[in-house]
Design a protein around this ligand. Structure first.
Ligand code: OAD
Length: 247
């Protein structure tokens, strides 16, 4: 399957990769669904909300401090690095990620649309202004915005919140134009990200899914690679490089 996909890629001008938590699993970042999605007795859905922040900002910050600490320790894995190399092999390449862990940037990928924000960034809960990224926030003394006095929160999309319209619109546009679209390590159930692969497919792109299990979009994929992204993507990039070199 590697050769077949690389042969198609070699004739493609526009490539999009959509990633989810699975791409970072091999770096040691827990995915959302499944047993690893728990923190103490809380679920992400109970803490990553505006209601949780308004009623108990300290516990929400404790949770984000814990996640920031974890994410600061981990490193990009061969899957992230392969995507960075893939970018260098296309004139038109976009990475769309649902992950907030920053690992694609650390890996050196440049054209990134972060649909759900970035865990290392902060903003004001009231006026949305960006604030200094700070590794840890004291949950008992949460800093306030110097403009409006609102509390500082992590700059990520919480459950029930809208995505940044410029970012999601760019992702839709790129998906409509893609020649080849990779859906990597995502359960493909959280919208609007989950609508991107079907949009690309309807617009004529070859759809490749890389996942250790089936998802609701597997049936749409031209290629369903059932395996780890950190193992498959480097092999694919090596194959594509060989083809590009012989062009
Ligand atoms: P999920 O935790 O829902 O899904 C992770 C997917 O990665 C699953 O389909 C796994 O089978 C797959 N997977 C695990 N290890 C893998 C590996 N080594 N290689 C390839 N695939 C692997 O994570 P997301 O789909 O990213 O949103 O979840 C989407 C959104 O749901 C998140 O961004 C988050 C959450 O609610 C917000 O926080 C707004």
């Amino acid at each position: 399957m590697v050769e077949e996909i690389a042969a198609i890629m070699a004739n493609c001008g526009r490539c999009i990769v959509l990633t989810g938590a699975g791409i970072s699993a091999e770096s040691g970042v827990p995915t959302f669904r499944g047993k690893d999605g728990l923190w103490g007795k809380f679920r992400a859905e109970e803490l990553a909300t505006m209601d949780a922040f308004l009623s108990n900002p300290a516990i929400v910050w404790e949770w984000y401090n814990w996640r920031r600490e974890l994410m600061a320790k981990v490193e990009p894995n061969p899957g992230h690095l392969a995507i960075t190399e893939m970018e260098s092999l296309f004139d038109d390449f976009t990475l769309v990620t649902q992950n907030v862990d920053n690992l694609h940037r650390v890996a050196g990928t440049r054209n990134i649309l972060e649909l759900h924000g970035n865990i290392h960034h902060n903003k004001c809960v009231e006026c949305n202004r960006s604030h200094d990224p700070k590794a840890q926030i004291d949950p008992d003394e949460i800093p306030c915005c110097e403009h409006c006095g609102g509390k500082i929160r992590p700059d990520v999309v919480w459950y029930g919140e809208m995505l940044d319209s410029a970012i999601i619109n760019a992702a839709f546009q790129q998906s409509e134009r893609a020649d080849i679209f990779f859906s990597v390590g995502t359960s493909a159930i959280v919208h609007p990200a989950a609508s991107l692969p079907p949009i690309a497919k309807r617009s004529g792109a070859t759809l490749v899914e890389v996942n250790v299990e089936e998802t609701p979009i597997s049936f749409l994929a031209d290629f369903h690679v059932r395996g780890k992204s950190g193992e498959f993507l480097p092999r694919l990039v090596e194959e594509l490089k060989k083809r590009r070199a012989s062009e």
